[in-house]
Design a protein around this ligand. Structure first.
Ligand code: TYD
Length: 405
């Protein structure tokens, strides 16, 4: 019987079941196509006690994160996002040049490169072997491990305490948030600042972002459960912002023994009340909407295909693989998928086995439709693909309701 990963409560209600799904970042090489993939249950639950939305089954993190396909630096808009974040933190909190900045889940070192340019001492902590090597080759010192209270102690023994700790899109992946925060608390300087970004449950529900639910994302946070979690470690939120990254996230600025609780905390708590996040029915309704999207998207694609349309997938994000598997969209519908991440090119999507190519393939021979799997970059991509659209090419945006643009 699974228990809640925050409050240890035993009443977890499963409101949405995707059945058995492959790992969405497990892009396949050609020689793997003959072998069946591992599949794992993907059920989403609501904790009756503390309200945390979470997965009921946890895949071994070693399997998911030791060799990782996701590269922060492969998405142009994220580069700008992280450059702005580094500048924002150092200015707002007057971080002196030479301070230690530790980024947890540092990926290819994109965020730390920006801090380094601002004169900070930087250290990344990244579990993926392939990606931490890449970061090191770019001049970003990186500890190749999962962040934990133990790793935090080793770092502070060697380098001292950190003035800034960042964790962008990491906490939702962590199976033991208490040990994680205990590590943050021991590593953070008394007047240091901890900045985290987590996808926001309100955005997920409002925009029906069901495809962001997959094995790597163990928790789906709202502010209320986060606040009680932080309070256990004497951490207080000094500022909170809603940001557009990953379909809508919260950015929280957190400090030790923070007295001044940000005024917009109470506004967001009210918003969460209006969104009825404490009621199981909210999630049951969401599950009905998700099944409706599947039906609509499938029938739209099938009718286009029946009329002879040529369709590709645009972007091969992890979430796209959840969407393709759940909606059962494969090479019967999509000729191929394009993606800017070199690692993904030449590989095949997990489960659905659609081949992935660089963008040039699409630009050289545009198709009639492109299913926008990287919908979180809709604006940037529509802008980038102006020529395709002017020539009559159309995008299909799958959520919150399938539509042709
Ligand atoms: P992203 O949405 O950041 O993440 P996740 O894997 O967590 O769902 O992934 C976006 C993917 O889209 C990434 O593989 C890069 C790709 N991409 C393109 O192919 N073209 C583009 O113009 C952009 C912005 C992204």
């Amino acid at each position: 019987m699974p228990t809640c990963r925050i409050c240890r409560g035993e009443r977890l209600n499963t409101f949405l079941s995707f059945g058995s799904m492959p790992l969405v970042n497990n892009f396949l090489r050609e020689e793997q196509l003959g072998t069946p993939e591992h599949r794992f249950p993907l059920d989403v639950c609501f904790c009756d006690n503390c309200g945390l939305v979470q997965l009921g089954y946890v895949v071994d993190p070693e399997i998911m994160f030791k060799n990782y396909a996701y590269l922060t630096g492969a998405s142009e808009p994220l580069l700008a996002h992280f450059a702005a974040l580094a500048a924002e933190i150092t200015q707002r909190f007057d971080v002196p040049v030479g301070s230690l900045v530790v980024d947890v889940g540092s990926n290819d070192g994109t965020l730390l490169q920006s801090f380094q340019k601002l004169g900070m001492r930087v250290l990344g902590v990244e579990p993926a072997v392939n990606i931490s090597k890449l970061a090191v080759s770019r001049g970003i010192e990186t500890t190749n491990d999962f962040f934990s209270s133990h790793v935090a102690e080793t770092i502070s023994a060697e380098l001292g305490r950190a003035k800034v700790i960042t964790a962008a899109n990491v906490l939702a992946h962590v199976n033991d948030p208490e040990d994680f925060l205990s590590g943050v608390t021991s590593l953070l300087d008394e007047d240091g600042i901890f900045v985290i970004e987590v996808p926001y449950l309100v955005d997920l529900l409002e925009k029906r972002e069901f495809d962001t639910i997959y094995h790597e994302h163990l928790s789906y946070f709202a502010l209320r459960p986060l606040m009680s979690l932080f309070a256990k470690f004497g951490l207080g939120i000094v500022r909170v912002e809603r940001i557009s990254v990953h379909g809508g996230s919260l950015r929280l600025y957190v400090q030790k023994s923070a007295h001044s609780i940000s005024p917009n905390v109470s506004e967001l708590l009210k918003l969460e009340e209006r969104a009825k996040l404490a009621a199981l029915e909210t999630y049951q309704k969401f599950a009905e909407d998700v099944s409706q999207i599947k039906e609509e998207l499938r029938s739209l694609l099938q009718s286009l295909k029946a009329r002879g349309a040529r369709i590709v997938g645009y972007g091969a994000p992890a979430k796209g693989n959840l969407l393709l598997n759940y909606c059962q969209i494969g090479t019967d519908i999509l000729d191929y998928i394009i993606d800017t991440t070199p690692f993904k090119q030449g590989r095949y999507t997990p489960g659905t086995r659609v081949p992935i190519f660089p963008e040039s393939r699409f630009h050289n021979a545009p198709t009639d439709y492109a299913l926008l799997l990287a919908w979180n970059y809709t604006d940037a991509i529509l802008q980038k693909e102006k020529a395709y659209r002017q020539a009559g090419g159309k995008f299909i945006v799958p959520i919150p309701k399938p539509r042709i643009v």
